[in-house]
Ligand binder design. Sequence first.
Ligand SMILES: Cc1cc2nc3c(=O)[nH]c(=O)nc-3n(C[C@H](O)[C@H](O)[C@H](O)COP(=O)(O)OP(=O)(O)OC[C@H]3O[C@@H](n4cnc5c(N)ncnc54)[C@H](O)[C@@H]3O)c2cc1C
Length: 307
Amino acid sequence: MKIAIIGSGVSGLACAARLAKAGLTPTVFDKGRGIGGRMATRRAESGFQFDHGAQMIPCQNESFRAVLDAAKAAGHVADWTTGDGGLQPVGTPGMTALAKFLAQGLDLHQGTEISTVARTSEGWELSADHLLGTFDRVVCTAPVPQAIKLVGHALSDPIDHVSYAPSLTLMVALKRPLDAPDTQSAPNEALAWIAHDSAKPGRQTQNCWVAQASADWSATHLELAKDEIATLMLDLFLTRHGLGAPDVAYATAHRWRYALVTKPLGQAFVTSADGTLYAGGDWCFGPNIEHAWQSGTAIANDILRAA
Ligand SMILES: Cc1cc2nc3c(=O)[nH]c(=O)nc-3n(C[C@H](O)[C@H](O)[C@H](O)COP(=O)(O)OP(=O)(O)OC[C@H]3O[C@@H](n4cnc5c(N)ncnc54)[C@H](O)[C@@H]3O)c2cc1C
């Protein structure tokens, strides 16, 4: 069976890994350069490193816990003692390490943006800037607004009631250590989260920090140019910590338009009427990595069940 998976975020990789374990050879396409989707690690030219998407890997689900335990045993995940003394799993040496763990042995095609998914008498024809092939099953794990554009025409149920909050994120490297907690939750109305990235286990860099704007602040400033976002957020970060521009070695910002699911679908996936095209992702169950893993795994199990 020829299976195409759109997206090498956690849901796409979880789906592909489960199918591969059952002896199938899915092909994974992603428009991004690196794998992991929103579970992302930025390595700046200057050598600084930041987890600018997901920060930690909370886990309630027993099956996902088994995956995390295996990733820990293989050195891709470790527990981080956060500022409030809690323990949270994180990827090591960066959050994308969990994606790399899931992706082992898979057929990955990065830098391939799927532009059309079309039904033919032979199956589902996928194209990027050229024809990629015809597949018996297609799994789309893009965030909902992108999934609707790509495969919305083929889905038997609507998904447009799913909603997201945006997140504007600052990455800043300081020239010297900062005397502040390693994590700060909702330090003020503008900022929702501050983390000392270099304090996570296995990091090689020092004095790298990440700050996420609150959902309201992010929505208000979403359309600003990235350097304007960086300037405003850097000012918020420096003011909060009594620092000034000379303390900064590096700063940049990232715009996550569809960051955190605020209203999920409430079921593991949706399909086309004939059950050969699937759409899923974190947006099926909630805002976290484990929700993405649950949806991707459920899709793979459904493909295997019907095979
Ligand atoms: C700032 C931020 C902080 C977060 N913090 C946490 C946290 O601390 N803990 C936690 O558990 N979760 C957190 N999350 C949420 C977590 O990152 C997501 O729930 C999870 O990574 C979603 O995985 P996914 O595979 O469903 O989607 P994604 O990671 O979005 O993957 C979808 C993939 O599809 C690809 N794609 C889309 N369209 C196309 C196309 N046309 N062609 C090819 N490829 C395409 C994208 O490039 C992407 O790689 C955070 C998210 C953000 C943005």
